[in-house]
Design a binder for this molecule. Structure first.
Ligand code: 3EB
Length: 348
């Protein structure tokens, strides 16, 4: 089991019992979930199953994006809390709250007559309303998953329609937009509904840019009528620890895609972007996010399974190599992008 938490004791890394944490995330084998379900603590906040439906009935928010895991034994992502968790659901939107963090999952089948921009706008409006009503107004991380991301829908690529709806809702309703935009991922699934998972807090975080990359929310119009609404990373700091969420990071320098058709080079460029963000976040948080003592988890979204070995090779020869890494098959928001990497680091 690989894991990270907001109240990490040094003993965790040595495999001894860990101290109670407010928020904890781990990748576990699916059969281990039953043990977690049978025990009173920690309480589940969310479960994410990749490429297959969850074989158990759970009362917390669940995401099952059709993003098949393409290397290693099957793992599911489990978010837990040592504090009591309160859950709420209204069918398409379910949330779990522990007094400090809120995790939500939105899922809606696309009605055939509704364009993706309109659906996304409604989804984000519902999410933002729920966050405000629940007292967790500060967005810290968002994952967006939907199928046929590069397909055309009535003259506009579906990813671009998604960006239009997301931008409209956030520009209207997110205080401090665009500087308060959180780290995000937007990846195309093989099938299924529009699914959005989000993490919000009672306290605000710091949203970071990357000096090697233009802020996505300032991209020029050649990438679509509305820019992608996300930050390169979001950093949360408390007395105890630092939590860094690194957005989906691809081979983009400035605003341009680099290394067209070359998966290994795209991987190296993405890693270079991540290392630059780690450096910036480390300076702000007074932490070394590459330190072996910190707990980091990465996901690599791979467009073509045929390029997996090249991408894996480049990662193995990088400073990220010692960290848990999940390889998922997913389509990326620009047709030429072959790999995208996101990260999550808890550090003291
Ligand atoms: C990029 O840098 C790559 O639209 O939410 C990465 C992470 C990307 C999130 C999003 C898009 C998004 O523009 C694409």
């Amino acid at each position: 089991m690989t894991s990270a938490s907001t109240r990490r004791a040094p003993s965790v890394a040595r495999g001894t019992p860990r101290t109670p944490s407010h928020l904890h995330v781990s990748y576990i084998e699916p059969r281990t979930l039953q043990t977690l379900l049978d025990s009173a603590t920690p309480e589940l906040m969310a479960v994410v199953s990749f490429g297959q439906p969850l074989p158990y009935d759970v009362s917390c928010p669940v995401m099952a994006p059709d993003l098949p895991q393409i290397a290693g034994s099957p793992l599911i992502e489990v978010w837990t809390s040592a504090r009591p968790v309160h859950t709420a659901t209204d069918g398409r939107l379910s949330t779990a709250m522990n007094g400090e963090w809120l995790i939500g999952a939105f899922s809606l089948d696309e009605p055939p007559d509704q364009p993706l921009d309109a659906l996304t706008y409604d989804a984000y409006r519902a999410i933002l309303r729920r966050l405000n009503d629940s007292g967790y107004p500060h967005l810290c991380r968002i994952w967006n998953y939907f199928p046929r991301i590069n397909d055309d829908q009535d003259g506009l690529e579906r990813y671009r329609r998604f960006c239009v709806g997301r931008h409209q809702a956030l520009a209207e309703s997110l205080p401090g937009f665009p500087c308060s935009l959180p780290a995000a991922t937007a990846v195309g699934t093989q099938s299924g509904p529009l699914q959005i998972m989000f993490l919000a807090s009672t306290e605000p975080g710091d949203h970071l840019g990357n000096p090697r990359q233009m802020n996505a929310y300032e991209y020029p119009a050649e990438y679509g009528p509305r820019s992608p609404s996300f930050a390169r990373a979001t950093l949360f700091r408390s007395d105890q620890d630092n939590v860094l969420f690194i957005a989906g990071t691809a081979s983009v320098v400035g605003h341009a895609s680099r290394h067209i058709g070359r998966p290994a080079d795209q991987t190296r460029e993405s890693i270079c972007n991540i290392l630059t963000v780690l450096e910036r976040a480390g300076a702000i948080g007074n932490t070394d996010f590459l330190d072996k003592a910190s707990l980091a988890m990465y996901k690599a979204y791979v467009r073509d399974t045929g390029s997996l070995s090249e991408i894996r090779g480049a990662l193995q020869r990088s400073p990220l190599s010692s960290r848990p890494l999940l390889f998922l098959q997913g389509d990326l928001c620009r047709k030429e992008l072959l790999v995208e990497i996101e990260g999550l680091i808890f550090s003291e």
